[in-house]
Structure formats: C-alpha cells, structure tokens
Design a protein around this ligand. Structure first.
Ligand code: GTP
Ligand code: MG
Length: 305
C-alpha cells in the first residue's frame, strides 16, 4: 500500500515543481545576492505563499546571507524549509478525533464547489476508521442532486444519514439531525450545507440560523464550524476565510484539491496572515484522499519528491 507521505508527495508534485523546481533552476551556480533573492521572492509569490510570508522568508534569507550562515543552494533550501515549517506550525491543533461530548457537530461550510460534500464523505470514513460513530446531515436542500450525492457517500462509509425533501428549511433538518445524533450517542455529526458566495448576506444569515438552531440542542463549545477552501483558488481564499469567520465563526479549515494544483503555497499564506488552523487537506476525489494536516510532512513534500 502506498504510504501517506508518498501519496502526499505525489499529490503536491505541481506545487513542488512550482516552488522547489523553479528555485532550484534559478539558484544553480549563483551567488546569494539581492537579484537572486528578488527572483526567489517572485517564485514564492507566484506559488501563492502570499506577500507577508514571502517578505518574512526573504528577509530572513537576506539576514542569513549577510551573516554568512548560508553559502550554497542546499543552505537556502534548508532555511526555506525551516521558515515555512515555522509559519505552519504556529497553528497546530490538538487531536481532532477525540471528543468527550457526544456528538461533536461539524458544520461544513464554504463557497460553491469547494468540495464540501466530498469532504464529508471522506471525513465519515476517516472518523469511522478511527473507531468513531458518525452521522451525516444533508442540509443542502437547495441543489436538487445534493441529497442523493451525500446519500451515496453515507452508504459508502456505512454511516447514519438524515435528510429532508428538497426545499425544506436547512435549519429544521439540522435540528432533527442533532437531536437524533444526541439521542443515539453518536460521536460526530457532519452537517453538509449548500455552497454560497461569502458576499451574499441572506445566505450567510441562513448559516447563522443553522448554528443557532443547533445550539438549542447542544452547547456552542461542541459545535465546530469548518470552512472548506478550494486549494486552487489562490489568494481569494483569504477573503473567504475572513467573511465566513465573521458570519458563522470558523475554527478550522479543510483545504481541498491540493492534488493537481500548483497553488499549494496558499496553506502557508493562510497560516501567516490568518492564524487559522488547517485541520485536513484533500488530495484527490477518492474516499481515502483526505489527510490530517501535518506541517512538517507538508513542507517535506514541497521540497522532496
Ligand atoms: N482533485 C480533487 N477533487 C476534489 C477534491 N475534493 C473535491 N473534489 C471534486 O470537486 C468537485 C466538487 O465537489 P463537491 O463535494 O460536490 O463540492 P461542494 O462544495 O459540495 O459543491 P456545492 O455543494 O455545489 O457547493 C467534485 O467533482 C469533487 O470530486 C480533492 O481533494 N481533489
Ligand atoms: Mg455539496
């Protein structure tokens, strides 16, 4: 079986080419001077690492060069790795799987098509594999095929499923689901919501309502709002995180579609600029293509094939 790290490395190949590959090419046989640092900064920016993180990294490279701590490309790479790990590790969280209170409710939100429903399918499998009981609530009553799509995922991982007819009030479905999950002593209730643009106030209000209704059944501290970010979005992800956090709160992100994108640096930008933890990453369309985010493995995968 292919190991998790190997899979991660395969998935991040485009981002790795975009970062490590490009930097390797510009750095070859060069002295570490302002011109070279400038070129490296451009590469970091193009890989979506963001302005703040790129500046910080370059300043530290410059200081190291001045103090003659780095001489050759190998030194530059190890410093780059250390800088990125430092940024990513600031937001490490405690175990995501352990929860004393049943159920822990995960409200899964995000703009259209980011991978919410698919991620719920993967999460259900992940929690089950870790010995937890799971239930899924279909609160996307807006898109016709959404409930069936989620039902297929629930079947694949063989977990409980609460749905309503299309057009039902999503908050009412959430209420039924959380009541059922509590009475059955389920560990995790995963609530799928319809995709919505973060700029649409009425749709953001609907999310607040889902949360309010859920809070009637269980205390707010056991309700988690997880925002699903499409890893191919680039810098727009930052404004999505800000608006969703303002509207319904957000205590963790899941960044999807990191396979097949060259923009995987966005995870660094998010850590640097928003201090928001990334709980999981999505690296494919299959049920097992989800991994808990591990900062050092991520950086390893960006620099080594
Ligand atoms: N390559 C890849 N594709 C993914 C990943 N996660 C989701 N997808 C694909 O993205 C597309 C949209 O996924 P959905 O789960 O339907 O997205 P959604 O956010 O629920 O969409 P709406 O409910 O319409 O807002 C599907 O084709 C998924 O297979 C991932 O990690 N990698
Ligand atoms: Mg969906």
């Amino acid at each position: 079986m292919i190991s998790g790290l190997k899979k991660l490395r395969n998935s991040l190949s485009k981002t790795r080419d975009n970062l490590f590959g490009k930097i390797s090419r510009v750095i070859k046989g060069r002295r570490i001077d302002d011109d070279l640092l400038h070129e490296i900064e451009e590469i970091l920016l193009k890989a979506d690492i963001g302005v703040e993180a790129s500046e910080t990294i370059i300043e530290n490279l410059r200081a190291a060069a001045k103090e003659e701590r780095i001489f050759e490309s190998e030194d530059v790479f190890s410093l780059l790795k250390k800088e990125m790990s430092d940024i990513l590790e600031r937001n490490i969280k405690a175990s995501l799987v352990e929860n004393e209170f049943k159920p822990a409710v995960w409200l899964i939100t995000g703009v259209n098509g980011t991978g919410k429903t698919t991620t719920i399918g993967k999460l259900a499998k992940y929690f089950k594999d870790n010995g937890k009981s799971v239930m899924i609530a279909a609160c996307d009553t807006f898109r016709a095929a959404a409930v069936e799509q989620l039902a297929i995922w629930a079947e694949r991982s063989d977990v409980g499923f609460v749905k309503a007819h299309s057009g039902a009030d999503p908050a009412a479905v959430a209420f039924d689901a959380v009541t059922a999950a509590r009475s059955r002593g389920i560990d995790f209730l995963l609530v799928d919501t319809a995709g919505r643009l973060h700029t649409k106030a009425n749709l953001m209000e609907e999310l607040r309502k889902i949360r309010r209704v859920t809070e009637k059944v269980i205390a707010s501290e056991h309700i988690f709002a997880k925002l699903i970010i499409d890893g191919t979005t680039g810098q727009n992800a930052l404004s999505q995180v800000k608006t969703f956090t303002d509207a319904v709160g957000c205590d963790g992100l899941i960044v999807t579609k990191l396979d097949g994108t060259a923009k995987g640096g966005i995870v660094v930008a998010i850590a640097q600029e928003l201090s928001m933890p990334v709980d999981f990453i999505g690296i494919g369309e299959g049920i097992d293509d989800l991994q808990p985010f591990n900062a050092s493995e991520y950086v390893e995968a960006l620099f080594e094939a």
